[in-house]
Design a protein around this ligand. Structure first.
Ligand SMILES: NC(=O)c1ccc[n+]([C@@H]2O[C@H](COP(=O)([O-])OP(=O)(O)OC[C@H]3O[C@@H](n4cnc5c(N)ncnc54)[C@H](O)[C@@H]3O)[C@@H](O)[C@H]2O)c1
Length: 287
């Protein structure tokens, strides 16, 4: 899809970080926007700044882990703008720790938002994108964690591997069905956002009682490492630039350009290809 002007984009997780940057970049392209997030206050702030620049904006507070709320998001988007051309299933959260000590609520929360959020986005939007029979594009936010594995991030790694797999399957299906709908999977490296404070917007149904949880010392170590990594991360606008280019080029994989992450991913693929045991080789600082 070359021309984005006057088209409509839906972005989940739009109140912060990469989602906000996507919304701002789409607004610069002259698109109309449907912004979804659990953070109503954050959404209002983003909408105010976009509307001040003349962007037509619809706010839909949405918990993407709930299928009925994502259905309602699609209903409202199509009711307001008749057609939708870009859908970014981007909302995501992080929680770390040893896999066997991670509370079940953490698995349910991370998989509920990161994986089921994307599943719901696809089920609610793709049939309508196909039916409207014009060029459209779905962008699913995974991570470089979706093409690599690291210790102490089981739920996050699993959730993002699932998004990569689901996006590849969707790509094959949309291609075989000869639809006008494209798909990309966004795999960011470290980006300077608030993902290290994901707990701030944890829905009630996924709350766990820290007092009754098993001790999980790795959780704090990972949380501190994530904060440091994110603080030194790229500006989220870099992701927005990559996404707009991928939509225009109909490119599927939007991968990190950094050597460290590419090596890490290639090492894993070599392990699989050669039947080796998994190599622990995270990106080195500055690599
Ligand atoms: N920041 C990074 O380093 C990085 C790296 C790789 C992938 N990602 C992915 O990028 C995406 C965006 O995260 P970010 O880094 O911008 O973090 P962020 O915390 O700045 O933004 C995430 C947004 O998602 C929203 N959200 C959380 N739970 C939700 C729910 N149930 N329903 C709807 N919205 C919800 C939050 O309120 C927040 O506004 C996520 O999928 C994340 O996994 C981030």
């Amino acid at each position: 899809m070359q021309e984005l002007r006057e088209k409509t984009a839906v972005v989940t997780g739009a109140a912060s970080g990469i989602g906000r940057a996507l919304a701002e970049r789409f607004a610069e392209e002259g698109m109309k926007l449907v912004l979804a997030d659990v953070d109503r206050g954050g959404l209002e702030e983003v909408a105010k700044s976009l509307e001040a620049r003349g962007t037509e904006t619809l706010l839909v507070p949405t918990d993407v882990s709930r299928p009925e709320e994502v259905d309602a998001l699609a209903d409202k988007a199509f009711a307001a703008f008749e057609q939708v051309h870009v859908v970014c299933n981007n909302a995501g959260v992080f929680s770390g720790g040893n896999s066997w000590e991670t509370p079940i609520e953490d698995y349910q929360w991370v998989l509920g938002v990161n994986t089921f959020g994307v599943i719901h986005g696809i089920r609610s939007f793709v049939p309508r994108l196909i039916a409207q029979d014009c060029e459209a594009h779905v962008v699913n936010t995974a991570s470089m964690a979706g093409v690599t594995t690291m210790p102490f991030v089981a739920a996050y790694n699993m959730s993002k591997h699932a998004v990569v797999a689901l996006s590849e399957v969707l790509y094959h299906e949309l291609t075989l069905s000869q639809t006008k709908v494209g798909v990309s999977v966004l795999c960011p490296e470290a980006i300077a956002t608030r993902i290290d404070d994901a707990e701030r917007n944890r829905p009630d149904q996924y709350h766990n009682d820290p007092a009754s949880a098993a001790p999980n010392p790795a959780k704090e170590v990972v949380a501190n490492a994530l904060s440091e990594t994110v603080r030194g991360g790229l500006d989220p606008s870099v992701m927005a630039d990559r996404v707009v280019k991928a939509i225009r080029d109909r490119r599927f994989y939007i991968l990190s350009q950094e050597d460290g992450w590419r090596r890490c991913c290639n090492t894993r693929l070599d392990d699989v290809r050669e039947g080796r045991n998994p190599t622990f080789a995270p990106p080195a600082e500055g690599e």
